[in-house]
Design a binder for this molecule. Sequence first.
Ligand code: ASP
Length: 348
Amino acid sequence: MKYLQRISVLLLICTSFLLAKPTIYILATGGTIAGSGDSEIKSSYSAGAVTVDKLIAAVPSINDIAVIKGEQISSIGSQEMNNKVWLRLAKRVNELLANKDVDGIVITHGTDTMEESAYFLHLTAKSKKPIVFVGAMRSGTSMSADGPMNLYNAVNVAINKESIGKGVLVVMNEDIHSAREVTKSITTAVQTFVSPNAGRIGSVFYGNVEYFMQPVKAHTVNSEFDISKLEDLPRVDILFAHPEDSSIFVEAAVNASAKGIIHAGMGNGNLFPSTQKALSKAVEDGVVVVRSSRVPNGATTLEGEVNDKEFGFIAANSLNAQKARVLLMLGLTKTNDLKELQKLFLKY
Ligand code: ASP
């Protein structure tokens, strides 16, 4: 009898272990997914007005698949995103994921700068566990709000074993993107996120996850960037090129003590002559200049139409200007050496 009792206790322990739900933290930063407006048929609303508890309460089904814990990191529209919030978020993510009882993280975020925040985490999170960004294009009070399904799908991606080791992911409108590749492509449409150079890496349909690809550039546990002791990040400005461009913006950035400038150039990162002159002068003054492009697809290649070696410019490879800015900010926390910085743009 005693033997039978022991067996059943053992079985009970085994089953509860097997049935134990994964623990997922939802870190809320604001955005339209937490937005609230006066009318379900008007496009005006305030971003970041709804708290993390209310976001979770709006999608009760996530409690069936995971033990959900919520934390409010900030309550801002992501157009207000800044270094302080990035560092707070990255430090908290690293702290939580170092705990063996935490299985993954979902970060709710505005869509405007989600690609930059996700890439920042992609380069600074020190864990293989899933980290999933999610947002919405319609506020919670809008007709056909997309936030609840996006959040449900994001939690499903975060608990999926195949998401481990893929770096930071962005889940929107049934697509799964790698943080390195994803960008917002349409100002207002629900289907706004695309990965122009590589394509989405997976899909999630009513919680069913399917992956097609694996990110190959270095990230998370293979990244060399350590933000654990940083309180701020180096200033890097972006300048947008156009015909009849002016050097005054370069001079303004240098005078504002920018440590780096990303030039979103024409075509393959080309520059208007006066801007080129001002930027090569900036390099002589110790400012790091990276050539990216205002074209949404393709790479800005070294020594294309521009003599990068002569001017001391770096080419952004296939990073768009806003992501090149993130990488340069982190790169400048490690080195000012132009050759080393150029290598980063090929590695990450
Ligand atoms: N402006 C909003 C934000 O980025 C837009 C959104 O979330 O869709 O916070």
